[in-house]
Design a protein around this ligand. Structure first.
Ligand code: ARG
Length: 598
C-alpha cells in the first residue's frame, strides 16, 4: 500500500507544477504536530510563491482549485500566509485500515528500487570480552538491517571482527606456553604446536588477554617469541594458524550466545573479519600508489584527502602503511570497502560504530572517492552513536571501575525484570514468569537504547527502562498483552472474532478516537521508511509509543465488547491491527519478544 503521504505529495506537487509552470516545486507535505490543524500540512506554497514573486495565499487558492484529493481529504483550509491544511476523510481512513487488516504485511510498502545494502555492525574484538560499547553497535545495526530488509532491500550483514593484528602473536604465544604445556609434558619430544587439544577452553577471555599482555610487558623473551609468532602467522605457518583459529573459535563461543540472547540476527555466516583481508593489503597500497594517491611521508605511506587538516593546519594523513611495513586498521578498511563495492556490488554501505571513529570513516570515504571505487550514486554512511553513561553521568563502569561485561548486564536485567513480573503477576506459573522476565529484561535494555536519539549519550538506568509507564519495553509489551487479553475475553464470552470479521468489506469509524487510532495505524509503513532512511530506531519506537497511546485513548472512550454490530466489528479491527503492528514492530524490527500474557 502506498503511504498516504506519498500519494498526497505526488498529487499536490502535480497541481503546484501545473499552476506555477515551475519544473521543480515540491508540495512538501508534512504531518502536523498539532492535530487541531488537521493531519497534514502543505509547506511548499511559500517557496514557490517566492520564486514567482507572487502572493502565497492567492497561489494557495489556485493550487487548491487545481488539485484532486477529494477522495482522500475533507475540504481543505488555507491557513496563515499560505499553508494548506489537510484532514483525512473518515471513509478513506476506514478503507485504508481495512486494507491493512487484510494484508499479512500490514500495508508495508515494498520499495520500487531495491538496493544492495552492506551493514557493518557489532565487530567485536577477538580474545576480548564484548563490552557495553559493542552493545549499541550490535543492536542498532541489527535494527537497521531488519528495517531495510522489511522494505525489500537486499541486506548483506558484515561482522568485521577484530581477528588480526600484532596482539595475536602475544595471544598465541601465551596460549602455547600456558595452555599447551601440560600436553608437552604428556608427549615428550613432540612439537608442542602439534598437540593442540580441542578441549582447551579459554573460560575467561578478558583474563586470558590481560595475563598475556602482562607477560608481554615484563618478559622480553616472551615479547620476542610473540613477534616471531606474528611473522609465522602472517606467512601462513600451519601450526600457528591452527592456534589462531582455536582462539578465534573460542571467542565466537563467547559472543555468539550473546547475539542469541539479544535476539540479534547475526550468524557466523556474516563474519568477515580483518583476517579475511590480510592478503589484500599490499595490493591496496600498491593500487593507491599507482594512482599517485598514496605517497611517502616521514617513512610512512599516506593518502592526503583534500579538506582534512590537523590542529596546526597541516594536511592530515590517512596512513595506510607504517614505516616498519606494517598495515593498519585503515588499510584493512580500505580493502574491505573495495570488496563490498566491487564484489558485493553494494549501493549503500552503512558502518555502525561509536562517534569516536567519525574522522576515520570520513577520511576512508574521501579516499574511496579519490580512488574512484564508488560512483556518485553510492551512499557511504557512518551511523554513529554516543556513549552509554552510568548514573554519575560518566561512561558506564562497574562499581569497581572495570568495564561492564555484556553477559552480566543482561543477567541483571532479567533478574530485575523477574522481580517486576513476580509482583505484577504472582498467579502465573513460575516457568511462564521466567519466560516473561527474559523478554522484559532483555527487551528493556534494547528498547531503552533504541528509544534514545542515537547521537546522544544516555544514562543507563534499570529503574527507568523497567518502568511500566513511559516509552519503555515493558509498557509496549503490556500494551500488546492487554489487547490480546481483550480478545481472549471476547472469545471466553462466546464471541468468535475470526468469524465475526471474515469477509468484512466495509467498516465505519465514527468516533474521533477511532479515527485518530486509524490515522496512526495507516502510517506504519511511512514510519519504517523514515526510520530506515536515517538509520534511526528511535523514530520507530516513537511511532510505536504514540500508537499505544492512541490505543489507550480509544479504549478509554470506545467500549469494544459492550458494543454491537458494525461498531463492534470496526473496533475489533482496530484492536487486531494495533496488536499486530506492535508485535511486528517489536519482534520483527526491534527483535524484542512480546509475551501474549503479562
Ligand atoms: N572492531 C572495531 C572496534 O571494536 C569495530 C569494527 C567496525 N567496522 C569497521 N569496518 N571498521 O572498534
Amino acid at each position: 500500500m502506498k503511504p498516504v503521504l506519498e500519494i498526497l505529495e505526488q498529487r499536490i506537487s502535480k497541481a503546484l507544477r501545473q499552476t506555477t509552470g515551475l519544473a521543480v516545486c515540491p508540495a512538501i507535505v508534512r504531518p502536523t504536530a498539532d492535530g487541531r490543524f488537521g493531519d497534514y500540512q502543505v509547506n511548499g506554497i511559500m517557496p514557490a510563491a517566492k520564486q514567482l514573486k507572487t502572493n502565497p495565499r492567492q497561489l494557495a487558492e489556485k493550487v487548491v482549485a487545481q488539485m484532486n484529493i477529494s477522495d482522500i481529504c475533507q475540504p481543505v483550509e488555507i491557513a496563515g500566509p499560505g499553508f494548506i491544511n489537510l484532514r483525512l476523510k473518515p471513509e478513506f481512513l476506514a478503507n485504508a485500515l481495512l486494507e491493512i487488516y487484510k494484508d499479512k504485511k500490514l500495508g508495508i510498502e515494498q520499495t520500487a528500487n531495491s538496493q544492495t545494502v552492506v551493514v557493518d555492525y557489532s565487530g567485536p574484538n577477538i580474545a576480548k570480552q564484548m563490552h557495553v560499547g559493542h552493545l549499541r553497535s550490535t543492536i542498532i545495526g541489527d535494527c537497521v538491517s531488519r528495517m531495510l530488509e522489511c522494505l525489500g532491500h537486499n541486506v548483506i550483514r558484515q561482522n568485521h571482527i577484530g581477528d588480526w593484528g600484532t596482539q595475536f602473536g602475544m595471544l598465541i604465544a601465551y596460549f602455547n606456553h600456558f595452555y599447551l604445556n601440560p600436553s608437552i609434558a604428556a608427549h615428550p619430544g613432540q612439537d608442542h604446536y602439534a598437540v593442540l587439544n580441542d578441549s582447551l577452553r579459554i573460560s575467561d577471555l578478558e583474563d586470558f588477554y590481560r595475563k598475556a599482555k602482562e607477560l608481554y610487558d615484563k618478559d622480553p623473551e616472551f615479547a620476542e617469541e610473540s613477534r616471531r609468532v606474528v611473522v609465522k602467522l602472517h606467512s601462513h605457518d600451519l601450526a600457528i594458524q591452527s592456534h589462531w583459529q582455536h582462539i578465534v573459535d573460542e571467542s565466537r563461543e563467547h559472543y555468539q550466545p550473546i547475539y542469541k540472547r539479544l535476539n540479534v540476527t547475526l550468524t557466523s555466516k556474516d563474519e568477515c573479519g580483518e583476517s579475511v583481508y590480510a592478503d589484500k593489503l599490499p595490493d591496496v597500497v600498491k593500487t593507491l600508489k599507482d594512482k599517485k594517491l598514496a605517497v611517502e611521508s616521514v617513512g610512512a605511506i599516506c593518502v592526503f584527502p583534500e579538506g582534512f587538516k590537523s590542529k596546526e593546519g597541516e594536511p592530515l594523513p590517512f596512513i595506510v602503511q607504517k614505516s616498519d611495513g606494517a598495515f593498519l586498521y585503515a588499510t584493512t578498511d580500505l580493502a574491505a570497502i573495495r570488496f563490498r563495492l566491487q564484489d558485493l556490488h553494494a549501493n549503500r554501505v552503512i558502518y555502525v560504530t561509536d562517534a569516536r571513529q567519525a574522522l576515520h570513516f570520513k577520511m576512508l570515504f574521501a579516499v574511496v572517492k579519490m580512488a574512484g571505487w564508488a560512483d556518485e550514486s553510492v551512499k557511504l554512511e557512518h551511523v554513529t552513536f554516543g556513549t552509554m553513561l552510568g548514573a554519575d553521568g560518566k561512561p558506564f563502569k562497574t562499581r569497581t571501575g572495570g568495564t561492564v561485561k555484556l553477559a552480566e548486564l543482561l543477567d541483571e536485567a532479567v533478574e530485575r525484570a523477574k522481580a517486576v513480573v513476580d509482583e505484577k503477576n504472582p498467579d502465573l506459573p513460575e516457568q511462564q514468569r521466567q519466560k516473561i522476565a527474559q523478554a522484559v529484561g532483555i527487551g528493556a535494555v534494547k528498547y531503552a537504547d533504541y528509544s534514545n536519539n542515537r547521537d546522544s549519550d544516555y544514562i543507563f538506568s534499570f529503574d527507568k527502562m523497567l518502568a511500566m509507564d513511559g516509552n519503555t519495553a515493558p509498557y509496549m509489551q503490556y500494551a500488546y498483552a492487554r489487547i490480546r487479553s481483550i480478545e481472549r475475553k471476547a472469545e471466553q464470552e462466546g464471541l468468535n472474532i475470526q468469524k465475526e470479521l471474515t469477509g468484512i468489506c466495509e467498516i465505519l469509524l465514527s468516533d474521533p478516537a477511532e479515527q485518530a487510532l486509524a490515522r496512526q495505524l495507516i502510517q506504519y509503513s511511512q514510519a519504517i521508511l523514515n526510520a530506515a532512511a536515517d538509520c534511526r530506531p528511535n523514530y520507530l519506537t516513537g511511532y510505536l509509543y504514540e500508537l499505544s497511546q492512541a490505543f489507550s485513548r480509544f479504549y478509554n472512550v470506545c467500549p469494544v465488547l459492550q458494543s454491537e454490530g458494525q461498531i463492534r466489528a470496526a473496533r475489533l479491527v482496530l484492536c487486531d491491527v494495533t496488536a499486530r503492528t506492535i508485535r511486528h514492530g517489536m519482534t520483527e524490527l526491534l527483535g524484542i519478544e512480546v509475551p501474549e500474557q503479562m
